[in-house]
Design a protein around this ligand. Structure first.
Ligand SMILES: [Zn+2]
Length: 283
């Protein structure tokens, strides 16, 4: 599943290769990929023909292509969405769902094996599509406000991992980045947000930002190859993980075997020594 750094790589690729181009034609190969565009596929394609791409923006894991006249194409990458820029007539990728023909002889292609992703036209959505206005900024966003995040976090009475996975509080933190940043801080995932100390919240934010930046720096595939894979299998996941997926391996800080707990239909990985489990509601 694409995490924030993979989506940012896609955004940068669209920014570099597609901005300034006019869409001459849009073709929907699979209507399921425009199911979020409620007026239907024909309406979707008719709205895009003749429009010029002026930018690419992101909030958390949400991406939108900004068009002239303040509209946008909201893109959901889902579990397996990929963007490719190809010459017209080049062999089509497997699972091609949507193709936007550009005025420079190329196409922006959206492939998606599992079809959890897709596109919709967002009227007046260039600055921020109303469909995702409830999504909070991520820590790499220049306008992210740490003081506001800290205040909102403390007002909740919930486990800290559950809180940072909540995209309305802070966006872009998936399960892997949550476990890694909690290990670095270190904090147990069930620590109550109301009782976190100021330096713990500050440390957690620093480590979330670090993990994201490292993943971005190591994020593998570049758009220069005219192919962006956003399956989330960047080299980062193999080389740099210190908690996630490390069950039974020695903690790199203290040597205690990393543990795995079931958590919200997924898993939480943590070090019992560095990240002691809270014993009561106060800790
Ligand atoms: Zn440890």
């Amino acid at each position: 599943m694409p995490e924030l750094p993979e989506v940012e790589v896609v955004r940068l690729g669209i920014q570099e290769h597609v901005v300034g181009r006019t869409i001459t034609q849009a073709v929907v190969h699979d209507v399921r990929s425009v199911r979020r565009h409620l007026p239907g596929a024909a309406d979707f394609t008719s709205r895009l023909a003749g429009r010029t791409v002026v930018g690419a923006a992101r909030r958390g894991k949400y991406l939108w292509i900004q068009l002239d006249h303040d509209d946008a194409i909201l893109c959901h990458l889902g579990m397996s969405g990929q963007f490719l820029v190809s010459d017209i007539g080049a062999p089509e990728p497997r699972h091609l769902r949507i193709a936007l023909t550009l005025d420079d002889g190329r196409e922006l292609r959206f492939a998606d094996q599992r079809i959890f992703g897709g596109m919709s036209f967002s009227e007046d959505g260039a600055e921020l599509p109303p469909e995702i206005a409830h999504i909070a900024r991520d820590p790499l966003d220049p306008l992210f406000d740490p003081a506001e995040f800290s205040a909102r976090l403390r007002k909740r009475e919930t486990g800290v991992k559950r809180a940072i996975l909540d995209q309305t509080l802070i966006s872009g933190v998936g399960n892997i980045y949550a476990d890694e940043s909690l290990w670095r801080t270190p904090l147990h995932y069930a620590r109550n947000t109301r009782h976190l100390r100021t330096r713990e919240v500050e440390g957690l934010l620093v480590h979330i930002g670090e993990v994201m930046l490292e993943a971005l720096a190591q994020g593998g595939t570049s758009f220069d190859a005219l192919y962006v894979n956003v399956n989330g299998n960047s080299g980062y996941f193999e080389r740099s993980l210190q908690a996630y997926g490390q069950e039974g391996k020695p903690c790199q800080r203290c040597g205690t075997p990393i543990r795995r707990d079931a958590f919200m239909n997924r898993s939480s990985y943590w070090c019992p020594t560095c990240q002691p489990r809270p014993r009561n509601g106060k800790f």
